[in-house]
Design a protein around this ligand. Structure first.
Ligand code: PEP
Ligand code: MG
Length: 324
């Protein structure tokens, strides 16, 4: 089996009947062998910038960030690299920027932190834009967005940074900008958001946590945390449909995309780009290459008809073992 997966590692994510799905990788650690990954993926669907920030003793300087981002952008060019602005708070603390709160996942997190510290966000945006000079494969993703105003504020800051850099003689191509769909509130504002940004990326990990009100790291309630909960599946289906109607590209970068059955369901819902941790790529690729789009759609219809997570899993397992 391992041998078979190895043979396929450079083949595209394409179903038996020729429907293609972009397979992208989630990155953050510099030790990931960029060189060997590049030929196996269609780009980086999520570069978690907080990971290198966590490995520093203080906020990395613009120059230090520039170097890190340039490595990613250059390493995967001409494929797109989706760089997410700093997503700290919740479970991710920087040793040099401690945040103490009773409800960290409902508190100062992601875009909320960086909008309150525009100096941090602006340095990061400057470093990203400078790193992309001449490459044109940068995309910027905003985490933890819960309202339209947050996007407007970031876009304003981005205009300011672009103006400054242009003034300094840096050639700026306006990058595509996207928002993470991970706070349930934005499920009902996709139309307003689609007017402001170029793409959506669904964070199924946080979407599950917030939709089910289950702390994703709390062992006591971990049996309730399930991306296959019927409500989560319906939310994911809703985002796929709405994005199609609004004609805006959408991908999924949470763990569900890295699970073979999850990936098939997402494909069946209409997602055409999935981003996952590198070790999950071979099995997801193999699953996609062994089904038709029609059968993935059937899988979704069957899953959406189940009333409980357990029944969803039972039905998925049945199908998956049937398909080998
Ligand atoms: C998510 O929430 O699904 C996601 C991809 O982001 P993170 O896991 O970094 O919060
Ligand atoms: Mg998230």
């Amino acid at each position: 089996l391992t041998r078979m997966l190895e043979d396929e590692q450079f083949l595209p994510g394409e179903t038996e009947d020729g429907h293609s799905v972009k397979l992208m990788v989630n990155t953050g650690l510099s030790l990931e062998a960029v060189g060997s990954l590049k030929a196996k993926v269609d780009g980086v669907g999520l570069y978690r910038t907080e990971v290198p920030f966590m490995m520093h003793q203080r906020f990395p300087s613009e120059q230090e960030q520039l170097r890190l981002y340039r490595d990613q952008l250059e390493g995967f060019a001409p494929h797109p690299v989706v760089m997410r602005t700093l997503d700290i708070g919740g479970d991710k603390d920087l040793p040099y920027f401690p945040i103490e709160e009773d409800n960290p996942f409902l508190g100062w997190r992601g875009i909320r932190v960086t909008l309150d510290h525009p100096e941090v966000l602006m340095v990061q945006l400057r470093a990203m834009l400078r790193a992309a000079e001449g490459l044109n494969n940068l995309r910027i993703l905003l985490p933890m967005v819960s309202c339209v105003e947050e996007v407007l504020s970031v876009l304003k800051l981005m205009d300011r940074v672009t103006e400054e850099l242009t003034h300094d003689g840096v050639k700026i191509e306006r990058p595509l900008v996207g928002v993470m769909i991970e706070v349930p509130a934005v499920l009902y504002q996709l139309d307003a958001l689609a007017q402001l940004v170029d793409f959506f990326s669904v964070g199924s990990n946080d979407l599950t946590q917030y939709l089910l009100a289950v702390d994703r790291n709390n062992a006591r309630v971990s049996s309730l945390y399930d991306a296959c909960h019927p409500s989560v599946l319906r939310a994911l289906d809703h985002v796929a449909r709405e994005s199609r109607r609004l004609d805006i590209p959408v991908s999924v970068c949470g763990e569900l995309a890295g699970d073979p059955a999850g990936a098939l369901m997402l494909m069946g819902m209409g997602y055409t780009a999935l981003s996952m941790n590198a070790p999950n790529l071979p099995r997801v690729r193999a699953a996609i290459r062994r089904v038709s789009l029609e059968s993935a759609k059937t899988l979704v219809q069957e899953a959406l008809a189940q009333p409980t997570p357990a029944l969803v899993h039972r039905q998925l397992n049945q199908r998956m073992s049937q398909w080998g």
